[in-house]
Design a protein around this ligand. Sequence first.
Ligand code: NAD
Ligand code: WQD
Length: 336
Amino acid sequence: MAILITGGCGYIGSHTCIELLDAGHDIVVLDNYYNSKPEALRRVKELSGKEFPFYECDIRDAEGLRKIFAAHSIEAVIHFAGLKAVGESVQKPLEYFDNNVGGTITLLEVMREAGCKRMVFSSSATVYGMNNPSPLKETMPTGGVTNPYGRTKFMIEGILEDLCVSDPEWTAVLLRYFNPIGAHASGRIGEDPNGIPNNLMPYISQVAIGKLQKLSVFGNDYDTHDGTGVRDYIHVVDLAKGHVKAVEYAMKHPGAEAINLGTGTGYSVLDLVNAFQNVNGVPVPYVIAPRRAGDIATCYADPSKAKELLNWTAELDVNDMCRDTWRWQKQNPNGF
Ligand code: NAD
Ligand code: WQD
């Protein structure tokens, strides 16, 4: 029996492959390389010392998926594959709905045909929308998302919940990630964004290495301790370990369950910049810029449900996140 990892060549997927292999699971990986490179999985094999089957396949390709399910006995799917750039999703909504929502429906149909009814899904704290106060709890209303990317996550959560109501054999664990950053402690795998990064941490590390001149801090007039936006940054290796716990939980508990994966602690933009500078001894020049449209002041998790159901809590702190990001950046200045 094996676990199928869609999008397993990407940032979170590649780290999760390592943790699954370390925990003794057999994996099968698929990716269409839209936002990743084969080198990532070569390094996963190098770090884990294990081999596993890989398929270059799109989740919208039902025939391609059928071949994978025919060739392997898949007991659960961890579904990372998707497009994730918020700004791009505003420009290309149809592409986002087709890839993320359409692709997930095709994948679920093929899973059902194959009798595999367990999915761990990469959702996002973005489903909490703009109006819930932090700490965010799974019982709070979702929706009110402000962009097509976020709407795809909200829609897929709903599809999975409806599927679990329609057939009690289905299991769906909806993992709502907060802000994943950091890299594997080896410095061999990490986040490899295309072009100029949209997210804070890859931007900081590219400023630190001199690829970008300075960081723009989007707003310093929020109602937070220093005026800059507060987020729940979580180390990608902790997040990956959360997936191992979640898929093991999914083997035993049918039904749909939404679970936050965050640390429960919020750091501001300037907290992160200062931590990065202090831990790594490198300057990160910045300027204060206007607020970015669609941003909220504060977003952090109540992570108690993950502790209760999965016996999972984040173990790495913001200094680990900064140190590991910098090691990856320095060792791989041009990514993979
Ligand atoms: P990523 O882009 O590094 O990984 C996604 C992978 O999916 C890539 O390797 C890409 O090539 C692949 N892919 C995309 N569309 C595909 C398709 N149609 N068929 C097959 N493969 C496809 O992104 P990530 O940061 O590792 O994110 C993984 C998942 O977690 C995504 O669903 C993302 O939306 C979600 N998520 C990410 C964050 C974050 O901040 N990184 C936060 C919350 C949720
Ligand atoms: C963090 C903070 C910015 C860049 C996004 C998605 C979310 C999830 C994670 C997928 C904010 C500030 C940023 C910069 C800055 N992804 N910032 N200068 O917006 O919390 O979440 O990624 O699901 O859905 O929306 O993350 O890293 O972009 O921003 O000042 O150059 O850093 O304003 O306060 P965000 P982020």
